[in-house]
Ligand binder design. Structure first.
Ligand code: SF4
Length: 190
């Protein structure tokens, strides 16, 4: 018969069949009611962590169209089910309440951020890119008498972020090179 002592983990550990207190002795009622987020998922998508060049494989658990958990994929020879703290927190890239979902703009000398329509922002970016390209354009380089043609712009540089994937980096390199930029880098060299 169970007594009030059975609610005490140390009692269960000393009198039950879990002498190391790593199983049933340590389980509380609250623990019994906990259900893993992976257990209720209705879909699991395989993906790759976007944060660095290691390329750890991930399992993305989805429930009712929303990501509920991201874990390392045990099938991957790269990470064998593990993720570092950045990869383990990558769910927040999508679900964080602090995620910015609108275009934010602070005008020159402005002190406040304002929302912009995406179309407006794209037009502004295009105007600035064209102007920077034109202003920084170099047709030739070298000392007088030894000039050679370069046809490049020094007005545009790109520093990509670690969350860009291979395909995005490929397209960015093509785009910037086509515009004549030569200063093209990516931060993900860790
Ligand atoms: S950030 Fe971490 S989890 Fe993501 S690919 Fe790199 S090592 Fe793997």
């Amino acid at each position: 018969m169970k007594t009030w002592l059975d609610a005490w983990p140390v009692f269960r550990q000393l009198t039950g069949n879990d002498p190391l207190g790593r199983g049933t002795a340590a389980r509380s009622k609250a623990t019994e009611q906990v259900v893993s987020r992976t257990a209720t998922a209705d879909h699991v998508a395989k993906s790759v962590c976007p944060f660095c060049a290691v390329g750890c494989a991930q399992k993305v658990y989805v429930e009712d169209g929303r990501i509920t958990q991201i874990e390392g994929d045990p099938d991957s020879p790269v990470n064998r089910g593990r993720l570092c703290p950045k990869g383990a927190a990558s769910k927040q890239l999508v679900t964080s309440p602090t995620r910015v979902t609108k275009v934010r703009y602070r005008r020159p000398y402005g002190t406040e951020w304002e929302d912009l329509e995406l179309d407006t922002a794209m037009e502004m970016i295009a105007d600035r890119v064209l102007e920077a390209r034109r202003k920084g354009w170099q047709e030739e380089d070298g000392p007088p008498g030894n000039r050679h043609r370069v046809n490049r712009t020094m007005g545009i540089a790109s520093l990509g972020g670690a969350t860009l994937d291979n395909e995005e980096n490929y397209l960015m390199k093509k785009l910037y090179s086509a515009m004549g930029a030569i200063q093209i880098e990516n931060q993900a060299r860790i």
